[in-house]
Design a protein around this ligand. Structure first.
Ligand code: FAD
Length: 375
């Protein structure tokens, strides 16, 4: 049986980051992944996630800022930028561009508030229904390349990576844990970091966690989301990312990169997919009613796209009720869940937070602690 100081479970953005940061701090690390890094069955696959600064809560803006040096380091390791800075738009009455702009001003993030009429001239392929918040530092991050870069960095720092290794349960003894795979293999570990994404709800009860921790754990809602790729009418047009929220619909959209064969825009309704008990219940079947809603949305608000998707997929969102992350642990097991469809932009920071939580170094925001008052 192999033995390690830290076992990290799951090689999505969170687990890859945790393995990298722990290995870089000099710990022996084994990273186990049920499938492959950036698995298509998880949430960190593919080429496109929005990188942006605006959040209604200043704390998250500061966390995006804190992740920037990590992105620079990862891009250097990767050999090219992992973030394409195409700029980002936020608009719609319930997105509150003016409120978001005020938070960015406070946080010292460059941005512009563009009046609606001017926004329609500047981005004619988008029909803004309010004033628009634009920030040039927003863009698209390549999730899969980020995971692979962090896994390679973990390995370069001595970590062992075991793919096709599904953790079934942790067994606690006096000095640590024996991790059992579903097919009977074992690894001994002094401490464990679990970052299993949408698989976490089904795994949480098998981690030898105390009842009080489990009772305080915020409920996790897993949804099978739908996403669609629409062709650009003008293949030469520059597209930013966008988040558009109205009382009747919340949509995000971004250049799809490799996932869209570089010829289209990914468009999805936010947090509108089918609720499922855990990732294993994912069907992979796109919801036709959701497709119809998104096509209608494109017809109405995105005149620069052909309103006929040429590709579509489902993916997993894992939500706490307040959309806050969970980064907390007890007695040697730390759980990291950058859930809620917005964790990718913090990727290099998630490993630092996981390592700090696991080592008790105390820089993890209280908000991410199990049992904190999340309002
Ligand atoms: C469609 C979509 C769009 C998104 N858009 C954005 C965006 O625009 N901006 C943004 O910032 N964020 C976005 N996000 C959110 C972001 O991608 C997620 O927060 C992030 O990928 C979650 O990473 P994770 O490591 O927690 O989970 P995952 O990526 O799901 O990783 C968990 C890993 O654990 C493995 N695993 C599970 N159980 C076990 C086990 N028992 N044993 C071993 N391995 C196991 C899985 O195979 C998986 O590889 C989006 C997410 C999705 C799905």
């Amino acid at each position: 049986m192999s033995s390690t100081q830290f076992l990290v479970v799951g090689a999505g953005l969170a687990g890859a980051s945790a393995a990298w940061r722990l290995a870089a701090r000099g710990f022996s690390v084994t990273l186990v992944e049920r499938d492959v890094p950036a698995s298509e069955h998880g949430s960190s696959h593919g080429s496109a996630r929005i990188f942006r600064f605006p959040y209604p809560r200043r704390q998250y803006v500061d966390l995006v800022k804190a992740s920037v040096p990590g992105w620079e380091e990862l891009s250097r390791l990767h050999g090219s930028d992992l973030i394409t800075r195409c700029g980002a738009l936020d608009f719609g009455a319930t997105r509150d561009p003016h409120g978001l702009a005020a938070v960015l001003t406070e946080a010292g993030v460059d941005h512009e508030l563009v009046p609606q009429a001017e926004a329609r001239e500047r981005w004619p392929h988008v029909l803004a229904d309010t004033d628009v918040l634009f920030h040039a530092a927003g863009g698209v991050l390549d999730a899969e390349s980020t995971v692979n870069t962090m896994v390679a960095a973990a390995e370069a720092n001595g970590a062992e990576v075991l793919t096709g290794w599904p953790l079934d349960r942790l067994e606690r003894d006096g000095h640590g844990f024996t991790a059992h795979s579903a097919d009977g293999r074992t690894v001994r570990a002094e401490r464990v970091v679990v970052s299993a994404g949408g698989f976490l709800p089904a795994l949480l009860g098998n981690l030898s966690l105390p009842d009080a921790f489990l009772r305080a754990f915020p409920p996790l809602q897993v949804r099978e989301e739908n996403a669609f790729h629409f062709p650009h009418r003008d293949p030469g047009a520059d597209w930013p990312t966008l988040i558009h929220k109205r009382a009747d619909i919340s949509v995000y959209s971004l250049p799809g990169g490799r996932d869209a064969q570089f010829r289209g825009q990914k468009v999805a309704e936010y947090d509108a997919g089918r609720a499922i008990p855990s990732a294993a219940a994912r069907s992979g079947v796109v919801d036709p009613a959701n497709r119809a809603r998104v096509v209608e949305y494109v017809k109405t608000y995105l005149p620069g796209l052909e309103p006929e998707p040429y590709a579509e997929t489902t993916c997993l969102f894992t939500n706490t009720p307040t959309e806050d992350f969970v980064v907390d642990g007890v007695d040697g097991v730390t759980v990291v869940s950058p859930c809620s469809g917005h964790g990718a932009k913090f990727a290099p920071l998630l490993g630092e937070l996981a390592a700090d939580a696991a080592l008790g170094t105390g820089t993890v925001p209280d908000r991410f602690r199990v049992g904190s008052a999340r309002v």
